[in-house]
Design a binder for this molecule. Structure first.
Ligand code: FPP
Length: 250
């Protein structure tokens, strides 16, 4: 029996369709406890599991999590190996349960420089859950917003060079439809943990009108109450999408 969609948040709260999360602060969480950074990442996977469950219970339709950025390759080799291992562990260990919970798994990011076994696991996760109609969990892995936009620009350039498209047809839609997120609605809310307040190359194009909530806790401490708090903050924001607030009729 599933919990009602908005259990945990005020029933009048407007739940965002798409929430993006920058899961930051694993290293600081571990360092503060005199533990190896790897332990922070391992506890980060547990927080991710809690977060997916809470998102389902709250009726969120799309959850995108920033798991490894294009720039994370600059970390020490041992930490990169740990993060790759955790992705393998997460997919192998959690895929059956995600599937049973009607979660659809999608992966965005560059796969070309990932090892073959990881690419197979990502393909398997997407194929197995393709027909699921519940929460869509988008795992941003080896992902960078600038790289994604540059790839879309290259695809447009190729279309123009081949005569399939005219330069004057290049518009917002032409770019949006060439991003990996083409069939995913733009994020309504982006949450970043750890107190840092920046986007770090996450969903740059798609976040044009997202609301941002920065939480002062490290990712391994994130739980359903943290998510509910962010949703309540989101519900208090007035979204104008570049327009104006309608004046109340006197
Ligand atoms: C940021 O913390 C977190 C990451 C770079 C990786 C996020 C990964 C997980 C939550 C677990 C892995 C999950 C999957 C599916 C692979 P940080 O290391 O930058 O923390 P710091 O800023 O405190 O050093």
């Amino acid at each position: 029996m599933h919990a009602p969609p908005t259990e945990g948040v005020d029933a009048s709260v407007r739940v965002p369709v798409h929430v993006g999360i920058i899961m930051d602060g694993n290293g600081r969480w571990a360092t503060a406890r005199h533990l190896p950074r790897a332990e922070g990442h391992r506890r980060g996977v547990e927080a991710l599991r809690r977060c997916v469950r809470a998102a389902r219970e709250l009726g969120i339709r799309f959850l995108t999590v920033y798991s490894f950025s294009s720039e994370n390759w600059s970390r020490p080799a041992a930490e990169i190996a740990e993060l790759m291992g955790l992705l393998r562990f997460f997919i192998r260990n959690d895929l059956a349960e995600l599937h049973a919970s009607n979660v659809r798994v999608r992966v965005i990011g560059e796969r070309a420089n990932l090892s073959a076994d990881i690419v197979s696991l990502l393909n398997e996760a997407e194929a197995m859950t393709r027909a699921n109609s519940g929460l869509t969990l988008v795992v941003a892995f080896n992902y960078g917003g600038r790289q994604e936009i540059a790839a879309a620009a290259a695809a447009i350039a190729a279309d123009v060079a081949a005569g399939r498209m005219k330069p004057e047809d290049v518009d917002v839609d032409a770019i949006s439809t060439r991003l990996q997120t083409t069939d995913i609605p733009d994020p309504d809310l982006i949450i970043r943990t750890s107190g840092e307040q920046r986007l770090s190359n996450f969903l740059l194009w798609q976040s044009a009108y997202a609301e941002f909530v920065f939480l002062p806790l490290n990712w391994p401490d994130f739980d359903k109450a943290s998510l509910c708090g962010a949703l309540e903050e989101f519900a208090r924001r007035e979204r104008r999408f570049g327009g104006v607030t309608p004046c109340p009729v006197p």
